[in-house]
Ligand binder design. Structure first.
Ligand code: GLP
Length: 242
């Protein structure tokens, strides 16, 4: 089952997760990374930028595929995941923009966009290290409860709970999109290795369900138990229910 690392606080989780990523990227400079957004990975990206600055690691030959993007948001919208990745990581490191990938939230044909994204992942050789957060309802990427096991990159409707949780990233008065494009459960499970990070008490229930509840797509993260190489790094607050 998953290897579980519980640390005292969120800073230690970010330290550990960033060191894990650097430890994989340094010996394999052409690593294909799967990347998450949200509050949790901010500290990880800051540390990766630091590791680049100090010469510990280079992203020059690496590729990245983000998990998801909101539908209808242009890449320069401040709450888009394109903007997030630029601001949190890409602008600070030597990654080749041509090798950074996110689903196109403006694609007029989401089915075709999903196919294009899956093809790009396959052509890059598949995802070597998939970094994941977890939603308060157990979602991974934007795969909400009930997402099919064989799902691939596609358009999904967000739950009210997820839209509410993500409201803080949007300018005052703007509505959170109802739809997103996300890698599927099958896409995520095909990664060779998975690193899931979770911090804070609001993740305790989801993490407990993922690790000790039934393996069910009502808690999408619980299916990670089927994967042979999963590491979960969390703080004591997030581990409280385990
Ligand atoms: C968001 C993202 C997920 C992320 C999760 C948790 O909606 N689509 O990829 O892992 O919810 O986000 P946070 O770290 O902000 O709690």
């Amino acid at each position: 089952g998953p290897r579980l690392v519980v640390l005292d606080e969120a800073d230690a989780v970010a330290d550990h997760a960033a060191a894990h990523i650097v430890g994989k990227l340094a010996p394999k400079p052409d690593l294909v990374l799967g990347l998450p957004t949200g509050e949790t990975p901010r500290g990880i990206y800051a540390r990766l930028a630091g590791a680049y600055r100090t010469g510990e690691v280079s992203f020059a030959r690496a590729s990245s595929f983000n998990l998801d993007e909101y539908q209808g948001l242009p890449p320069d919208h401040p709450a888009s995941y394109h903007a997030y990745m630029r601001e949190m990581l890409f602008r600070y490191v030597d990654i080749d923009p041509a090798r950074t990938h996110l689903p196109d939230g403006l694609a007029s044909d989401a089915t075709a966009e999903g196919r294009r994204y899956e093809k790009a992942i396959a052509e890059a050789g598949g995802i070597g290290l998939m970094v994941l957060g977890i939603g308060g309802n157990g979602h991974i990427g934007f795969n909400e409860p009930g997402s099919p096991f064989d799902s691939r990159t596609r358009a999904v409707r967000l739950t009210e709970a997820t839209r509410e949780a993500n409201r803080r990233s949007f300018p005052e008065g703007e509505t959170v999109p109802e739809f997103a494009i996300t890698m599927g459960i099958a896409t995520i499970l095909e990664a060779r290795e998975i690193l899931l990070v979770a911090t804070g008490p609001i993740k305790a229930e989801a993490l407990a369900a993922a690790l000790t509840g039934p393996e069910t797509l009502r808690c999408p993260a619980s299916v990670l138990r089927r994967h042979p190489a999963v590491t979960i790094v969390c703080d004591t607050a997030a581990a409280a229910g385990i």
